[in-house]
Design a protein around this ligand. Structure first.
Ligand SMILES: *Cc1c(COP(=O)(O)O)cnc(C)c1O
Length: 456
């Protein structure tokens, strides 16, 4: 915990005061650097991301054979990019903002195998671990067809190792499902936020689920501690793993190809804005880093967080990163956005991404539910509450108060040609009844007028 004195001082800063009041806030990052300069100082490079991409291609024959639903895409886990003009219109109508340019949703909600953005980093890290063991002890070679990993001798080899992770739910799903499929013994340490269906699903796949009454940070700490005593256990460290981060970053290479295929330009005249729901930071940070490698200064990235768990914004705005948590300023970290219910940001993502990011903003749980219902009704796309956090980003940029930011970025006159991509991070595996509940909540809220706060 921080000293009382420093907290009192921090709370005098307008941005921190807004966070403490749970107001929806938009924060422009004053530390953003020209992309080239930021990349030169970064410890990770395009080569690292390409290496991750190649590893995923090596595993594609294996993935295709153990997850038949991935056959059409040849064992590559990727999600659609869908234009959402009806959602764009209804959000503009209801908010009174005039957002120019085109809106697309990156549907990571519909990633195969685990139905969330965690199918990128989480699965990638498990595959890395498996490849290392298979090469060192099983004689696997780089140019082999990796579907050999389905053989009993490999499963037996993997079963002598274990994997552990701490999670609010979705990372646990992706690590648990992938690890169990390979034959590892796997333990998921779930925070109190985790939904019951996620725990049930994991147990049905033979995953050991340990439940905590506390939040994410404790589930991770406890998982890490228990794994430490076991040299044959790999702990997936969501707070610090660069492997996870690189797995997420591969998304950018894939998005570039998708944009090209749909003839959507990103260049000096066509800025791209990407809005990423953020929990501990690895997922959105990895994707944003990849986007910077691919599109440089033409892409603008924002992290989106719940008003009750704005850990990344707090860490970046105060410069304290993981040395401060939302509880330090009196926030409870209680949110319907279970995937984002993180009180303390990653130890490295905030600092690593500081020179790249355009900013962060917060969104209330009520507005997450409202957007969930609106997106479902207008586009028939059904996402979990966390996954809607990116959706209202374009509305912030359309406000007069953020004009200065656009001018400073040199995109003020280009917004008509802009492309906006909220990242839809999860939801396709949510059971029907749970989704109905979310939807009904949203519908109810859409009929309630609130004074002052921005609503849709
Ligand atoms: C985990 C998650 C995120 C954010 O990823 P972090 O790596 O925790 O920042 C966003 N949306 C959903 C649905 C998630 O499960």
């Amino acid at each position: 915990m921080l000293q009382n004195q420093s907290i009192t001082r921090l709370l005098k800063e307008p941005c921190v005061a807004d966070l403490a009041n749970l107001s929806e806030t938009f924060w422009v990052n004053p530390h953003k650097k020209p992309c080239q300069e930021a990349l030169e100082a970064a410890e990770l490079t395009l080569e690292d991301v390409l290496e991750a991409s190649e590893r995923l291609e090596r595993f594609a024959p294996y993935i295709r054979s153990v997850f038949p639903e991935t056959q059409p895409a040849g064992g590559i886990l990727e999600s659609p990019l869908r234009e959402i003009p009806r959602m764009q219109k209804i959000l503009c109508d209801r908010s009174g903002e005039r957002v120019q340019g085109r809106w697309f949703l990156k549907c990571d909600s519909h990633l195969p195998v685990s139905g969330s953005i965690k199918a990128r980093g989480g699965i990638y890290e498990v595959l890395c671990f498996a490849e290392k063991i298979a090469m060192e002890e099983g004689g696997l070679s780089l140019d082999e067809d990796y579907s050999v990993l389905t053989q009993e001798r490999y499963r037996k080899l993997f079963s002598s190792y274990s994997v552990a992770v701490g999670s609010t739910g979705n990372l646990g799903l992706s690590i648990g499902i992938m690890s169990a499929k390979l034959g590892f013994s796997v333990t998921v340490h779930m925070s109190a936020d985790a939904r019951q269906w996620k725990k049930d699903l994991l147990r049905s796949r033979g995953v050991q689920v340990v439940e905590y009454e506390q939040d994410y940070s404790l589930a991770v700490t406890e998982g890490r501690r228990q794994a430490e005593n076991n040299p044959r256990c790999h702990f997936v460290d969501d707070e610090n793993s660069t492997t996870l981060f690189l797995g997420y970053a591969v998304a950018a290479l894939r998005l570039k190809a998708q944009l090209e295929k749909q003839k959507i330009e990103v260049d000096a005249d066509h800025p791209l804005f990407v809005y990423l729901p953020c929990g501990v930071g690895g997922g959105p940070g990895g994707v944003a880093f990849g986007l910077k490698l691919v599109f440089g200064d033409y892409v603008h990235c924002f992290f989106a967080e719940p008003t009750h768990a704005p850990c990344m914004l707090l860490g970046m705005a105060t410069g304290l990163h993981h040395r401060i948590c939302v509880q330090d300023i009196g926030i409870d970290n209680q949110t319907a956005a279970d995937g984002l219910a993180v009180g303390r940001p990653s130890g490295f993502v905030g600092r690593f991404m500081e020179p790249f990011m355009d900013g962060c903003y917060t969104v209330s749980d009520e507005n997450l539910y409202r957007m969930l219902a609106l997106l479902g009704e207008t586009e028939d796309l059904w996402l979990e509450p966390s996954a809607l956090a990116g959706m209202c980003g374009p509305l912030w940029l359309a406000q007069d108060s953020e004009r200065e930011y656009l001018v400073k970025q040199g995109v003020d006159g280009l917004m008509e040609q802009a492309v906006h991509i909220p990242w839809g991070t999860g939801g396709s595996m949510v059971p029907e009844e749970d989704m109905q509940q979310y939807y009904q909540n949203g519908k109810k809220l859409l009929n309630i007028q609130e004074g002052g706060e921005e609503t849709f």
